[in-house]
Design a protein. Structure first.
Length: 272
């Protein structure tokens, strides 16, 4: 009897994040650009007034309104149409914002989001007037507000997610807590952590495994309720042999192209 061929890992889900630190848009396909970033990913951000004024330059995530400092942002559903430069935001299925990226639209967006945040019991604005007014930065086209100034694409295996869920006793742990671009099925738990320095091919794109991703308090925010309900960082420290709370890896693209849900994910030792 012939041995059954090993199953191939495949892309299970794809995400991009139009506004830095806000909720994701699930996608059937993502376009990886020549500069190594994903089209439509982190093209906008709400930056604190004392962290760079109106400039669109990249800066560290601590400069932005985000789930790390404002867990209630998880309750907002974001959609951004880059062709028409049109932003919509909903809360509980009710439209709360619809605006363009002209000066009037940006001002309206900032006003509505600022008021929403100030009404939250936990927010970074109430006791920090120097952070106001918020600035809506980014041109809506250029992906630039990833955690690293070099950009990069992030990936995790769902088997690793299940391992963390087992430690937490939370079988329904939502992968959106970890804000990856690519979720993969068909790996062993933590297998992707061993891809650093290796070649990873997904769809039309060849990546190089770059680094493991250290996590922050954004992972404690429930993607549905916005409540900090699980000690994810502690669970990650207890998950396997690690001294830092890491989950997922960052990938450096070697070429541009499209990746799609269902694409095979292949890793080789080319770069080692």
């Amino acid at each position: 009897m012939l041995d059954k061929p090993a199953s191939v890992a495949r892309v299970a889900a794809l995400y991009r994040y139009p506004i830095k630190g806000f909720t994701p848009e699930p996608c059937d396909a993502l376009t990886v650009l020549e500069e190594g970033r994903i089209a439509g990913d982190r093209v906008l951000g709400l930056r604190f007034a004392d962290m760079g004024g109106q400039r669109d330059d990249w800066c560290k995530k601590q400069a932005f309104l985000s789930l790390m400092n404002t867990s209630g942002l998880a309750r907002l559903a974001i959609k951004f149409d880059p062709q028409n430069m049109h932003l919509t935001m909903s809360l509980g299925g009710k439209l709360m914002l619809e605006a363009g990226l002209d000066q009037t639209g940006r001002q309206r967006s900032v006003e509505i989001i600022t008021q929403y945040v100030l009404d939250l019991p936990e927010n970074p604005l109430q006791k920090h007037p120097e952070r106001l007014p918020l600035n809506l930065v980014g041109d809506g086209l250029t992906p630039r507000y990833q955690d690293s100034s070099a950009g990069r694409v992030t990936l995790h295996g769902r088997e690793s997610l299940r391992a963390v869920a087992g430690i937490l006793g939370a079988h329904d742990l939502d992968e959106r807590r970890f804000r990856s671009n690519i979720a993969v099925e068909g790996l062993s738990p933590w297998e992707e952590q061993g891809w650093i320095g290796k070649s990873v091919c997904i769809g039309e794109v060849r990546f190089r495994g770059y680094a493991v991703k250290e996590r922050c308090l954004a992972t404690h925010a429930n993607p549905k309720t916005g409540e900090r309900d699980l000690p994810v960082l502690k669970a990650l420290l207890n998950s396997y042999d690690t001294k830092k709370p890491v989950f997922a890896i960052s990938l450096m693209p070697e070429n541009s192209g499209i990746i799609r849900v269902g694409d095979p994910v292949l890793c080789s030792d080319v770069y080692t």
